[in-house]
Design a protein around this ligand. Structure first.
Ligand code: GLU
Length: 320
């Protein structure tokens, strides 16, 4: 079986213990399948990506013995590909320009007596949607011209109801099966609504960039942290719209900080300490433990990785 996996960190800060879990799991899964493992720098949110951090992350991976099997793609160099996809979706009337600020969206909800937000994605009330606030537009009547963007700064949002109808997924919920979490379902319209594909400051949204690049790189297996599991239905919807195959998904357990919070760069998680070989083995053991793999003490990182690859392979075989 052709297997292409990837690790796709955002270079907002050095890799920490939580990122190494996703990196190690995606590497082991690729090795155990005899596949390729790629690394992609997801720096679309450039203001949050300090110079030099991507290089630092790549050096951290190399120090841990995790070497990509192909060139490292950098999303900030992929603008034309994203432009082309957005233009295609505009021609198909599946996106529309939106001039609403975050505050305007909050106010629109408040006016209806609801305080709605779901994680960082604020459910969009439909103010700029060409067919107004109707949740399910008539598909027979859209005009034949792509939407004309206003002169004011504007984001581009997916017209989710039309997108669902165009892919034949209109009947909620969208279902998918995660290799670890099992059967999953999300009503995308209710949960996230018309999500942003390009921000009003011109930056590309993660959802669009990740789908376009996974498709362009032929990624067949996505292994990443569980905090991204609820983004998967949005990405499956975009894959269907763009005629891209849906990869298999495996969402890995999150590493929690001592206070029980998710370990993340935003919450000031510590950069991996990788100064000595002992540091490296200890960081890898910590990640392996989170993945339910046995400790590898008194050995080299290379030997530990080889042992865990065998253990991962055995696990795949026992679940086959
Ligand atoms: N760049 C995303 C992050 O660091 C992960 C993307 C993915 O694995 O799909 O949170």
């Amino acid at each position: 079986m052709a297997y292409i996996g990837r690790f796709a960190p955002s270079p907002t800060g050095p890799l920490h213990a939580g990122s190494l879990v996703a990196a190690l799991a995606s590497w082991l899964d690729a090795r155990a399948h005899g596949g390729h493992w790629l690394v992609r720098v997801e720096d679309t949110d450039t203001p949050r990506c300090p110079p030099g951090v991507a290089e630092l992350q790549l050096a951290q991976l190399a120090r841990c013995g995790l070497h990509p099997d192909g060139p490292v793609w950098v999303q900030s160099q992929r603008q034309p590909a994203y432009e082309a996809v957005l233009a295609q979706l505009a021609t198909r009337q599946l996106v529309y320009p939106c001039t609403c600020s975050r505050r305007a969206i909050e106010q629109a909800w408040a006016a209806q007596g609801v305080a709605r937000s779901r994680h960082a994605e604020l459910l969009y009330p439909g103010t700029c949607r060409p067919d107004g606030l109707d949740a399910l537009p008539s598909l027979s009547s859209p005009s034949t011209l792509p939407p004309t963007p206003p002169a004011a700064p504007h984001a581009w949002r997916l017209h989710t109801a039309r997108a669902l109808a165009a892919t034949g997924l209109a009947t909620p919920p969208l279902r998918w099966t995660d290799r670890r979490l099992g059967p999953q379902a999300q009503d995308v319209l209710q949960a996230v609504g018309d999500f942003v594909l390009r921000r009003s400051d011109g930056l590309w949204a993660y959802q669009l960039a990740v789908v376009v690049d996974d498709g362009a790189q032929g990624v067949t297996h996505i292994v990443r942290g569980e905090d991204l599991a609820d983004n998967t239905p949005r990405q499956i919807l975009l894959q269907r719209l763009l005629g891209l195959p849906t990869p298999q998904y495996l969402h890995t357990p999150l590493v929690l900080a001592p206070d029980g919070e998710k370990l993340s760069k935003q919450h000031g998680a510590q950069a991996l300490q990788l100064n000595t070989d002992t540091d490296v083995l200890s960081a890898l053991n910590h990640a392996a433990k989170a993945l339910g793999l046995p400790a590898a003490e008194g050995t080299t990182a290379t030997e530990a990785l080889a042992r865990w690859t065998l253990a991962w392979k055995a696990r795949l075989q026992s679940r086959a």
